[in-house]
Design a protein around this ligand. Structure first.
Ligand code: CA
Ligand code: CA
Ligand code: CA
Ligand code: CA
Length: 546
């Protein structure tokens, strides 16, 4: 195993230092409206889209400037999926992409690194795979080069990164025994109970069992958990029952020093018996029960976004669905997985199109938090789109961009910000693709063009990027917590792999800072070692090493 020594110096990437005036958002007041919510009482209040002030947030659609086009295509097996992985495959700090194509080939898109965002398809037989539903970046063999877990309707593929955006199939090398399932979800962790382990614990979440002749309804497949020993994967342990998941996430929900596995499930196929699940990770994983505080709930679970929005140092979870989204916040001081749903209260419910004459509810997929105006408050992107032609749900279903205000409430700005695509969106990545400190956006669409939006917001705050690297196993410090002191508060950020809809990012963590010019940063590493507070200047990406 070789390691790139250049990773082990404290570096600041040459990100351009930008200065922004702090701007205050003049939010429109609430207007009363009727909302279809199973979880809220009849007296409902909907948030009016912002038209003033927040109009400062602007994205430019640069799709037509790209030397390629791409669509997520196919029949029933590709009604779901359509994820994108964002990571850096050639170590030039410009994030690259691997985009699912369904019946079309998946594409590795290499970033030019220019200020004007531009990706180029790098064709190769190892990456131009068909039947891909999604992908997640992960350094499986801890050699400092990011690998890919590629999810498919059919055999999943592990691609070993070779550097310079070259990949080779590694199922055989790592003895990864893939099955012929319909995989739609992925998450990975490094389990602390396995100190001698050099590899990740990976779970592939499977959707409907296509071989069940009684299916598809009530024919949800099981999930496969792989642990590594001696550099190769063991035979998978099956996690059952499965309830047709579309998103799973290893997350340390109560800061116990290890992650458990949250599974969001699609009630469309499990019909009666299913619900969302939380697996307690141990040698033989076990489901949290109602007696342990896990409250059973049923949604059309499509995606998970996690972030500490409430500021209590614990992760909160946004779960996408049809109609209402969920936003789960752990009950105060609870040691059990007991959550309160605050989606409605905080304006994150996003249950139907916010323009047009559609009265029908929305269908939501990938969701991701990120501070698009660098005012120190994380905002929320949600990809929307009809499954295919479901008549009970909106056909022209615009994607959401919800800006957070200082009270922790969210307000729709998708249309004025220029990201309100009404195509059938699925996966997405909200990341800084041109290194200017402004989060950009890419969106995968089913039977419509893959979209690339450059964040061109002019009035924008300061920012900092934090990237973690550690020696030995788990090079990207998955399971670490980053703490950033700025704006008289502490931001807590869990570093994880999983969630989203069929895709995720492995990139520096972006923090919006408003006017703050320098921050103090401390890392709680995956082994629970607590680092020192160190000062970093804003406007750059910093690598913190252990
Ligand atoms: Ca790159
Ligand atoms: Ca690797
Ligand atoms: Ca913000
Ligand atoms: Ca940018």
């Amino acid at each position: 195993m070789s390691f790139n020594p250049s990773l082990f110096s404290l570096t600041s990437n040459s990100g351009q230092s930008i200065r922004g005036e702090r701007f205050s958002l003049a939010f429109a007041l609430l207007m009363t409206a009727q909302v279809n919510s199973a979880d809220t009482n009849a007296e409902a209040t909907a948030l009016k889209p912002i038209e003033k002030g927040a109009g400062a947030v602007r994205f430019l659609d640069v799709t037509s400037k790209q030397p390629f086009s791409h669509q997520y295509t196919g029949g029933w097996e590709h009604f779901v999926g359509g994820g994108v992985a964002a990571f850096d495959c050639n170590d030039d700090s410009a994030p690259d992409l691997y985009v699912a194509g369904g019946e079309s080939i998946a594409k590795l898109l290499v970033n030019s690194g220019d200020k004007q965002i531009r990706f180029e398809h790098k064709p190769h037989s190892s990456t131009d795979l068909k039947a891909v539903t999604g992908a997640y970046p992960i350094d499986i063999d801890s050699d400092g080069i990011t690998d890919l877990a590629v999810l498919r309707a059919g055999e999943n593929v592990l691609l070993k990164g070779k550097g310079d955006c070259q990949f080779e199939r590694a199922n055989e090398l790592w003895k990864y025994q893939a099955s012929d399932r319909w995989t739609t979800a992925f998450s990975a962790t490094w389990e602390p109970a396995k100190p001698s382990s050099t590899g990740p614990t990976m779970v592939f979440g499977n959707y409907v069992d296509r071989k069940d002749k009684e299916g598809p309804f009530g024919a949800c497949d099981q999930h496969e958990l792989y642990r590594m020993s001696g550099g190769v994967f063991n035979k998978p342990l099956m996690l059952a029952p499965g309830y047709c998941t579309l998103s799973i996430l290893f997350s340390d929900w109560k800061r116990q020093g290890k992650a458990d596995l949250r599974i969001s499930n699609d009630r469309h196929y499990y019909l009666h018996d299913g619900h969302d699940q939380l697996w307690k990770m141990q040698e033989e994983p076990a489901l949290y029960t109602e007696a342990e505080g896990w409250q059973s709930f049923k949604i059309w679970g499509m995606g998970i976004a996690s972030r500490d929005i409430t500021g209590n140092g614990l992760p909160d979870y946004l779960l996408t669905s049809m109609s209402d989204q969920k936003f789960q916040v752990l009950k105060k001081d609870s040691q059990n997985p007991e959550y309160t749903d605050e989606a409605f209260k905080r304006g994150m419910i996003a249950h139907r199109p916010y323009f047009g004459d559609e009265g029908r509810p929305s269908t939501a997929w990938h969701a991701q938090f990120g501070d698009v105006n660098n005012d120190g408050l994380d905002d929320l992107f949600i990809a929307k789109g009809n499954v295919d032609q479901m008549p009970g749900l909106a056909i022209k279903d615009p994607n959401n961009l919800l800006l957070q205000d200082t009270s922790g409430n969210f307000h729709e700005v998708g249309q004025v910000a220029g990201i309100a695509d009404v195509e059938r969106s699925r996966g997405a990545a909200l990341e800084d693709f041109n290194g200017d400190g402004k989060l950009d956006l890419v969106v995968v669409n089913r039977r419509a063009d893959f979209r690339i939006y450059q964040n061109v917001t002019e009035e924008i705050g300061q920012w900092v990027g934090i990237k973690l690297k550690q020696k030995g196993a788990n090079t990207d410090a998955i399971g670490a917590w980053i703490e950033v002191k700025a704006n008289e508060k502490v931001y807590h950020r869990e570093v994880s792999i999983g969630g989203g809809h069929a895709g995720g990012s492995l990139l520096p963590q972006h923090f919006g800072l408003a006017e703050t010019e320098s921050v103090k940063v401390r890392i709680i590493w995956p082994d629970q070692t607590v680092g020192q507070w160190r000062e970093y200047s804003a406007g750059e990406v910093w690598t913190v090493l252990k």
